[in-house]
Design a protein around this ligand. Structure first.
Ligand code: NOJ
Length: 990
């Protein structure tokens, strides 16, 4: 206003001022335009809460600050000694908050899996608190172990050793209540060590005294006396502060949207520390680093906001940021030389996690442990808006143990069909049937394999999912059958919001059956998403899931065929008109629960219901494939996820690596990022580099926003199309390796792409490396993520051999950084010495065409001259493998012999019989041999006397990998057509 007046006054006075006025206008205009452009191309931070905007986060941070700044503070939560009972692997007892006499039930379960579970709930809650999350995240109620020893009692604490080898121990300190988990007598996880435990009991507005357990009041009078005095003093002094803290207890508003909070404050908070660990990992999904950053008081580069877990549709998300994204897995793993430990904070409400690190050796660790470089302890502070405290503690001691323990609890990755791990072609949108067929033919024309073509929301009749726009897709069955002739599949998008249109049968049925989520006013919740006014079925209601699961059968989903699979998008859920682009927290779900309690499992529950739908398609069922954007602990049981709407920028390509590594180690290995970047137009170089990275990531799909230019691989032109083709073909050559890794993760929980510390757990230099990773244990991949880069530094862990993937040149590892050439046609990949990799080198139109092709075994010797590897095969579609109908082989090279043996108990199963005379080894390549063998023989182990001499070449052999040509290393040996069958036990003797 003032500014305007200033211009008005001066304008009439002289010409100079007039000139100045115009310059100023233009300048202001330019600034505004650039601001608009900037804002339009960046996250709208103001749409999303910070901790300060979220009253429970703020209250718990303030509480933590009060505790930390008062050295004489003692946590008011005490475990009442005479309430402790230990029976059948369970320690139960009662905790009292001596400040307000509220009582809590504690249950500590010692589990058969060398892990433990701690639950704390109010003893007399005004109404039940939400615990249903376990029904969605866990596969079953974990069993308690009966192998434990209660150690001789000491004053003020109870300790129990447990675990299959008795190496795990838990010490429960009574007053104040504190818990320490130890492995081999060294503390690895502690709870309430810093006294941040804060359980907001349910209360009536304006009343905080009505739920005290009267039976115990007398016992606690003395305990409380001193505290009360302190409190009163505090109260008198701090009236204002308290008023401030009261804010947001009974309602809060964000961006003009009111959260009515009918239950008032009900948050839970607890500090969890990892003594002696300087690195913690996990808690996806964030566009952040692999080794998690400090969030309070940290040094340069640290965050000031806690990591947030609250599933949200964040438009153009920012990198290097703890803001919440589409999925949440409240799993955190700590790792150091010699030990790993992890926790799962089982809560589906909005959650914030602060992380700090300190070098104080509070537990005297340096005295009895050699930690290598430091005795740093990572402290974390977890706060959820509602629910109960329910924590699983996994005591490892290795990361593999933790993945297995976590997998037994939340389920292992569902075994995908073979096509699902191949290459997927997507964009928003393929326009019509002709467009789909043209793209399909384009791949054949340019000799690029692909398995799946995807249709985004525009294929539907006005965003009514499970329908077709008949003008654009007049004959979807014919279209699918056409691509199916080449062994290819189609995926269509099905979002959870249903258009409110009485002619839309899904909407009408859900309405009539009362399956929709209700608003706080009790009416069907009505809000805005792609189709306009929409409603959302409540997938926490079993009836809704059952109804939904019937909608995918071929007779219900018109225009679909057996080769059609599903993409579940927008399931955070995204609600354009909702607070933070999602549901209001006070809307009502099944059994009257507020959405607040279960927000983070909406996506999981939807994914699970769709999974049941695809299981109903065939009898016996074929393995479903469903991509979901939102996820939670347990989502691995239903399919793949991707990292949402990234951007066609180099830094987004770089960020996809730590994001995918983090999601993978958090139990959800089937994940990928949109290849090419969703928003914007990648320059050809970026596109090539992204394909190269994607080819070495578990879920490999190109995708693009509707406003972007077309970018099917051939559009980039020469030489880029060729390089993209090479990358995709490389994926197809390695499908046997990927499929084997998927099988192995489905029984072990181990991530498929692995950060350095998973493979070299004792090498501290690798603990924070996030720009390179292992595929399984056998390939080390360092994607190029910078523009114009033609050479790259790679860190080679261990005193081990590596081999250049292209020319097999030998490189000695020993924890050093080497610089290698990385021209645009080369993906920096290294074969880890000691691996045997199975490849299929005849690349065809789709993976289906390659299923009976012979194998090349690539044997890369380690420095001891040994190697091993596995190969898993099954029909690639059904659940027959669960009945034992699969082939699982182990190849071992040692003492000059390469052997193949079965790892499955029944080697003559039905599947094995169908392929036994078909699947053979057509080539064996051995790299790293020191000298040329004089002769090579092969024999079937059942008849060693029938030896057959094999022909081979040694040295100077040109590589067949890719179109990249370099002279091959001289110590390469190639045996052509050794006439060995995959299902047989054989030996090749050198
Ligand atoms: C948002 C998804 O993240 C994106 O991949 C999709 O293309 C659009 N929704 C349209 O369905």
């Amino acid at each position: 206003m003032l500014k305007r007046m200033y211009f008005k006054r001066t304008r009439s006075n002289n010409r100079f001022n007039r000139y100045f006025y115009f310059v100023n206008i233009i300048f202001t205009f330019i600034v505004l335009i650039s601001l608009v452009i900037k804002v339009a191309s960046a996250v709208k931070r103001e749409d999303f809460k910070t901790c300060a905007d979220s009253s429970f986060c703020q209250r718990n941070r303030v509480y933590a600050d009060k505790v930390s700044s008062n050295s004489s503070f003692i946590s008011p939560y005490n475990l009442i000694e005479n309430s402790i009972n230990i029976k059948d692997g369970v320690l139960s007892g009662e905790i009292i908050n001596i400040e307000n006499n509220v009582h809590f039930i504690l249950e500590l379960n010692l589990l058969t899996t060398d892990s433990a579970r701690i639950r704390i709930n109010e003893k007399y809650p005004l109404k039940p608190r939400y615990e249903e999350v376990q029904n969605f995240a866990l596969v079953n109620e974990p069993s308690n172990t009966l192998i434990y020893t209660v150690l001789p009692s000491k004053d003020g604490l109870t300790s129990i050793s447990f675990g299959n080898e008795g190496k795990q121990k838990v010490i429960v300190y009574h007053s104040p209540f504190r818990v320490e988990f130890l492995f081999n007598d060294v503390p690895v996880v502690t709870l309430n060590d810093r006294g941040f435990f804060n359980f907001e009991h349910l209360r009536k507005k304006g009343d905080s005294s009505s739920f005290v357990d009267q039976s115990n009041v007398e016992n606690n009078v003395n305990l409380n006396k001193n505290k009360d005095e302190d409190n009163n003093n505090d109260k008198n002094d701090d009236g204002d502060k308290e008023e401030e803290e009261e804010k947001g207890l009974w309602e809060e508003t964000f961006n003009g949207k009111l959260d009515s909070k009918p239950n008032g404050p009900e948050s839970i908070g607890l500090d969890i520390s990892f003594p002696g660990f300087s690195h913690v990992y996990g808690i996806p999904e964030h566009a952040s680093t692999l080794s998690l950053k400090e969030t309070r008081g940290g040094s340069e580069g640290a965050y000031t906001e806690p990591y947030r877990l609250y599933n949200l549709d964040v438009f153009e998300y920012e990198l290097d940021n703890p803001m919440a994204l589409y999925g949440s897995i409240p799993f955190m793993m700590a790792h150091r030389k010699g030990a790993s430990a992890a926790i799962l904070w089982l809560n589906a409400a909005e959650t914030w996690i602060d992380i700090t690190k300190n070098k104080e050796d509070k537990h005297g660790l340096s005295g009895f442990l050699n930690f290598g470089k430091s005795t740093t302890t990572t402290n974390t502070h977890w706060v959820s808006e509602s629910g109960i405290i329910d924590i699983f503690i996994f005591l490892g001691p290795t990361t593999s143990d933790i993945h297995y323990q976590y997998g037994l609890l939340t389920g292992f990755t569902t075994m995908p069909q073979y096509f699902a791990i191949s290459y997927h072609q997507c964009r928003w949108n393929y326009l019509n049937q002709d467009d789909v067929l043209e793209v399909d033919e384009g791949f054949d024309k340019y000799d690029i394999p692909y398995d799946v073509i995807w249709l985004d929301i525009e294929h539907t009749d006005n965003k009514k999912y499970l329908t077709w726009d008949n003008a654009k897709f007049p004959d979807p069955i014919k279209m699918q059958n056409n691509i199916a002739l080449k062994g290819r599949k189609m995926v269509t998008i099905v979002d959870p919001h249903l258009k409110r249109d009485d002619d839309f049968i899904l909407y009408k049925e859900a309405l009539d059956l009362d399956l929709f989520i209700k608003g706080s006013d009790g009416q069907v919740y009505d809000a805005w998403c792609w189709p306009g006014s929409s409603s959302w079925p409540d997938f926490t209601n079993p009836k809704a899931c059952e109804w939904w699961s019937k909608k995918f059968t071929l007779d219900q989903y018109n225009g679909s065929t057996e080769s059609l699979f599903i993409w579940n998008d927008m399931n955070e859920p995204a609600v354009f008109s909702g607070p933070e682009i999602t549901f209001p927290k006070d809307i009502i779900q099944h059994d009257g629960w507020e959405h607040r309690d279960s927000h983070n499992i909406y996506g999981l529950s939807y994914h699970a219901a769709t999974f049941s739908g695809l299981m109903n398609r065939k009898n016996p069922p074929h393995r479903p494939f469903i991509l979901s954007r939102s996820f939670f602990a347990g989502s691995q049981r239903y399919g793949a996820i991707w990292t949402g709407d990234n951007m066609a920028k180099w830094d987004h390509l770089a960020a996809s690596l730590p994001m995918l590594l983090t999601i993978g180690i958090s139990g959800l290995p089937f994940s990928g990022a949109d290849v090419g970047g969703f928003f914007g137009n990648p320059e050809p170089e970026l596109l090539v580099r992204w394909y190269q990275a994607g080819a070495f990531q578990p879920f490999f799909r190109a995708h693009a926003h509707i406003d972007t230019k077309r970018r099917e691989p051939w559009i980039a032109g020469s030489p880029y199309t060729r390089y993209i083709r090479d990358a995709v073909r490389e994926r197809y050559a390695l499908l046997p390796l990927w499929y084997t890794l998927f099988y192995e993760t489905s029984i072990t929980g181990k991530p498929i792409i692995r950060p350095m510390f998973e493979v070299y757990p004792d090498e501290e230099e690798g603990f924070a490396i996030e720009d390179q990773y292992f595929v399984g244990d056998s390939l080390l991949v360092k994607p190029v993520v910078n523009q114009g880069q033609t050479s790259i530094e790679v860190y080679l862990s261990g005193d081990e051999l590596y081999y250049d993937y292209y020319n097999f040149q030998r490189i000695q590892g020993s924890n050093k950084v080497i610089k290698v050439d990385a021209p645009l046609n080369k993906i920096p990949v290294f074969i880890h010495g000691g691996s045997i990799i199975s490849r299929r080198q005849r690349i065809r139109r789709s993976s289906a065409g390659m299923r009976l092709d012979p194998f090349t075994l690539l044997v890369a010797l380690n420095k001891k001259g040994e190697a091993k590897g596995t190969l898993y095969l099954d029909d690639g579609e059904t659940y027959e493998f669960e009945k034992g109908n699969y082939v699982y082989r182990q190849f071992i090279f040692t003492s000059g012999k390469l052997t193949s043996k079965s790892l499955s108990s029944d080697n003559s199963n039905l599947y094995s019989q169908t392929i036994s005379s078909v699947l053979r080894v057509e080539r064996i390549i051995i790299i790293g041999l020191d000298k040329k063998p004089s002769k090579i023989f092969a024999y079937n182990n059942s008849n060693p006397s029938l030896k057959q001499e094999l022909e081979f070449k040694f040295g100077g052999i040109g590589t067949t990998i890719n179109s990249f040509t370099t002279p091959s290393s001289k110590d390469v040996l190639v045996i052509k057509n050794p006439k060995l069958f995959i299902t047989e036990d054989w030996t090749v003797q050198f």
